[in-house]
Design a protein around this ligand. Structure first.
Ligand code: SF4
Length: 87
């Protein structure tokens, strides 16, 4: 299991989640922030911090946001993987 950042983050990238993640597994992509699924320890700390409610546990991702489960995973294997968040 992992937490997943969905569509609401696109263009927002508030980064409040970054500050509370104990294992620094939230990275910044061009369009949105992403959670590295192999590094996330499922602590849930990031979820309530998001001002636009973009973060869900994998099993609670809304039906119309399911594509973001794969997007959060695949982006780390792409030619342009997300990097450390800019403050
Ligand atoms: Fe980080 Fe915990 Fe959120 Fe996973 S659930 S991204 S470990 S704060």
């Amino acid at each position: 299991m992992t937490y997943v950042i969905t569509e609401a983050c696109i263009g927002v990238k508030d980064r409040a989640c970054v500050d509370v993640c104990p294992v620094d597994c939230i990275y910044e992509g061009e369009d949105q922030l992403y959670i590295q699924p192999d590094e996330c320890i499922d602590c849930g700390a990031c979820e309530p911090e998001c001002p636009v409610n973009a973060i869900f546990p994998e099993e609670d991702v809304p039906t119309n946001q399911q594509a973001f489960i794969a997007k959060n995973k695949d982006i780390f294997n792409s030619d342009t993987p997300p990097g450390k968040p800019k403050k």
